[in-house]
Design a binder for this molecule. Structure first.
Ligand SMILES: Cc1cc2nc3c(=O)[nH]c(=O)nc-3n(C[C@H](O)[C@H](O)[C@H](O)COP(=O)(O)OP(=O)(O)OC[C@H]3O[C@@H](n4cnc5c(N)ncnc54)[C@H](O)[C@@H]3O)c2cc1C
Length: 511
């Protein structure tokens, strides 16, 4: 017998996946009166924003810093609606300390806008007009996003929401819709400023998966400005898991259910409309079909097509197949003695090295360091988590996977040793995750992370919609607008919830 049956008096929603996108959608829908069942194949909820424990250390699996906690920010808005407490957090200041190859002092991305302005003017003379353009585009885009547009629109209701979010100020962004960051740099005669370009490449890749030449300018304006007040990035007290825990609390308070270790194997479609899902209970092996009025898929676009099988619409499938290859991540998790950490170490650093090795010369390590009392390490100890982008393919074809993982681990430790005091006597725990690890624990196709990339062809108006071509099947998460990050996927979830509600109102006249 199935472990759960959703009630039949309220519209029934099944959410596939308890990442931040799925939990947010599920909690909001339960709060708005739907009967919600969330299924996740993993052991703990949170997906790329979950955690694991080793030897008294708590490691954040992927996401380590959070945007959208400020008043009016997306997590703040959603937690307020759900009537749950926002997690305790400390602002990241600097948001990131960026070390360019061969340089000993970092470029500090300060939280205070004036301090950041002085820093960038010192670091990148003559670039201020470019930053002013970014600030103007950010202001217009941020206000627009705050009015909950539906992007890309797929029907009249979506178009009306999009139109309602427009203001005369939004139109300043329109001429730049097809600009990349590289185009803007050239327009300001900064195309040959190698140092600025390297800095931007490093920072943009973290948010958009691609570099200055490919990142859509309008997306970059937000990514590069969100770390300053009145917005800002935060380090959560305890661990990243607290976000999922609070959302789960809200879901259950309103009668919703989460079943872990339950894999959705197939999405059922009848006459162009979703009808339910096929579920496998991993513990018992039992397989059954659960009917639903709506299915919200918190998976990658690639996984969605696989779950639909031969019911995947041809054009949609082709579009997914034609996407440029998505990135994977190699992540190293170190539990260390606090003597390994230099004094006054910022919480987030980014290093690019002139170094040979498996990680590559043109790649960076993004590093998050715990601080005393933040709940991640026992007293006198600390965690260091470092991630770099990798091509997923080599991890699947390698005949010596363990050997490759070992090489990457050694290379990462050797690179990190240039900044941290990493010796056998200071390293207490070492563990690494590869695309194969992410595929196993988050079920993401090939272990890809971070969404479809914010190129011109895939960002905002040109990206994947929450509304899929199958009626009542919704896609949420980092494959959709506005892209990766816990804040991004929360916007995506909120949009899908509003679309589902609008359909209920239209059909049943319920308000
Ligand atoms: C190394 C790394 C560092 C990052 N750093 C940051 C950061 O500092 N700040 C930030 O905001 N973001 C960061 N991100 C990005 C962020 O973590 C993700 O964009 C976001 O968490 C994705 O959330 P999601 O809800 O879209 O999906 P996911 O987190 O992928 O969750 C999907 C869930 O669905 C489940 N699932 C999938 N398929 C099925 C199925 N068929 N049946 C049942 N369950 C299924 C999975 O088990 C998983 O729990 C980082 C990501 C990585 C990998």
């Amino acid at each position: 017998m199935p472990g759960h049956r959703v009630g039949n008096s309220k519209p029934r929603i099944i959410v596939i996946g308890a990442g931040i996108g799925g939990l947010t959608a599920g909690a909001l829908l339960a709060h708005r009166g739907y009967s919600v069942l969330i299924l996740d194949q993993a052991l703990v909820p949170g997906g790329c924003a979950s955690t694991f424990q080793r030897k008294g250390f708590t490691f954040d699996v992927g996401a380590t810093q959070v945007a959208g906690l400020e008043a009016g920010g997306i997590h703040h808005r959603i937690f307020t609606e759900l009537e749950i407490d926002l997690p305790q957090a400390t602002p990241c200041d600097p948001a990131c300390a960026v070390y360019l190859p061969g340089e000993q002092t970092p470029i500090n991305v300060w939280r205070d806008p004036e301090k950041w302005k002085q820093e960038r003017q010192r670091q990148f003379p003559f670039s201020e007009p470019f930053w002013q353009l970014m600030a103007a585009l950010f202001k217009a885009s941020w206000e627009f996003q705050g009015r909950d547009p539906v992007l890309p629109p797929r029907n009249v209701w979506d178009l009306v929401q999009l139109t309602k979010a427009l203001r005369p100020s939004t139109f300043i962004t329109v001429p730049y819709t097809l600009f990349t960051v590289g185009d803007a740099l050239r327009a300001y005669k900064l195309g040959n400023d190698h140092r600025l370009k390297t800095f931007l490449d490093l920072q943009l890749k973290l948010y958009s998966q691609v570099d200055t030449e490919e990142t859509a300018l309008l997306y970059a304006a937000t990514a590069l400005s969100v770390s300053q007040l009145p917005q800002g990035l935060y380090h959560l007290q305890g661990s990243m898991q607290v976000l999922s825990d609070r959302l789960l609390e809200a879901l259950e308070k309103k009668g919703g259910t989460l079943l872990m270790r339950h894999t959705v194997e197939h999405i059922e479609v009848e006459k162009g409309k979703v009808s339910g899902v096929v579920i496998r209970n991993q513990k018992t092996g039992e397989v059954w079909t659960e009917a639903a009025d709506h299915v919200v898929a918190n998976v990658t676009a690639q996984n969605l097509v696989q779950l639909l099988g031969n019911k995947a619409p041809h054009g949609y499938k082709r579009r997914v197949e034609k996407l440029p290859p998505a990135s994977g991540a190699f992540v190293i998790y170190l539990g260390v003695d606090e003597s390994a950490i230099p004094s006054r170490c910022p919480p987030h650093l980014q290093f690019m090295y002139n170094a040979k090795g498996p990680i590559g010369n043109n790649n960076s390590l993004f590093v998050s360091v715990s601080h005393p009392g933040d709940g991640r390490a026992p007293e006198g100890k600390a965690t260091i988590i470092a991630s770099s982008f990798v091509d997923t393919k080599q991890w699947w074809v390698s005949e010596d996977y363990e050997g490759l993982k070992q090489q990457y681990t050694q290379d990462a430790v050797s690179r990190l040793s240039k900044f941290f005091y990493l010796k056998p006597e200071t390293i207490i725990h070492v563990e690494a995750a590869t695309p194969r690890t992410f595929a196993r624990y988050t079920a993401r196709d090939q272990g890809i992370v971070g969404g479809i990339g914010q190129r011109i062809s895939t960002f905002g108006p040109f990206g994947f919609a929450n509304r899929t071509p199958i009626n009542n099947l919704w896609l949420v998460g980092d494959s959709t607008h506005p892209g990766e990050g816990t804040a991004g996927v929360s916007y995506s979830a909120l949009t899908a919830v509003k679309q589902i509600e609008a359909q209920k109102v239209a059909r049943y006249g319920i308000t």
